[in-house]
Design a protein around this ligand. Structure first.
Ligand SMILES: N[C@@H](CCC(=O)N[C@@H](CS)C(=O)NCC(=O)O)C(=O)O
Length: 212
């Protein structure tokens, strides 16, 4: 039997966090290897099924395909990709937020809130309204549900009422958070990482030579 996937990354969210979410949603346990991470490594890197995979999307696609989280046919996959790519655009802004200078943060938060509430969340709200189902695509739990929930929770950390104009998305958040694998991941002690603190931000900036 193949062992647990090994995750190579720093001890924080970054691009690995969505991979952690995906594996958790699929009910897969992981090992995390932090000590082997150097700035010359391409990360995130995941050792899985005899492969050492880099590139976040390639890793996510593999895990989602392997665990039946990627739709039943090409059309469902296209919809899932569409929702996932949107949420990854927003996630990218949220991920970078802790790295902004204190004096830039207010402006950056306004950009995030504006984009979330006018560009991205309305698409999910409309999809849920139009088909009236519990999940975003194909009436079945998929990676789109996992990734949209991850992004919603990150956005709420910065603005707790960000879903106030999105009642269906709010109900969706409650439903997906209650799926047993996700519920477990949301509890303390899981591999889920907290919002980056200043000390970790400084360490990451140093590791990757980021001057922001
Ligand atoms: N396209 C790659 C981007 C990987 C990436 O940018 N990784 C960051 C850490 S999360 C990094 O290595 N930054 C430092 C650098 O690019 O030199 C992916 O999605 O995995």
């Amino acid at each position: 039997m193949a062992g647990k996937p090994k995750l190579y990354y720093f001890n924080g969210r970054g691009r690995m966090e969505t991979i952690r979410w995906m594996l958790a949603g699929a009910g897969v346990e992981v090992s995390c290897l932090l000590q082997e991470l150097e700035s010359s490594n391409q990360v995130p890197m995941v050792e899985i099924d005899g492969m050492k995979l880099v590139q976040t999307r390639a890793i996510l696609n593999y895990i989602a395909g392997k665990h039946n989280l990627y739709g039943k046919d090409l059309k469902e996959r296209a919809l899932i990709d569409m929702y996932v790519e949107g949420t990854m655009d927003l996630n990218e802004l949220l991920m970078h937020y802790p790295f902004h200078k204190p004096e830039e943060k207010e402006k950056q938060l306004a950009v995030i809130v504006e984009k979330a509430t006018t560009r991205y969340f309305p698409v999910y709200e409309k999809a849920l309204k139009d088909h009236g189902q519990d999940f975003l695509v194909g009436n079945k739990f998929s990676r789109a549900d996992i990734q949209v929930l991850e992004t919603i929770l990150m956005a709420e950390e910065l603005k707790s009422d960000i879903l106030s104009k999105f009642p269906l998305l709010k109900a969706f958040k409650g439903r997906i958070s209650n799926i047993p694998t996700i519920k477990k991941f949301l509890q303390p002690g899981s591999q889920r990482k907290p919002l980056l603190d200043e000390k970790t931000v400084a360490e990451i900036k140093k590791l990757f030579d980021i001057d922001q």
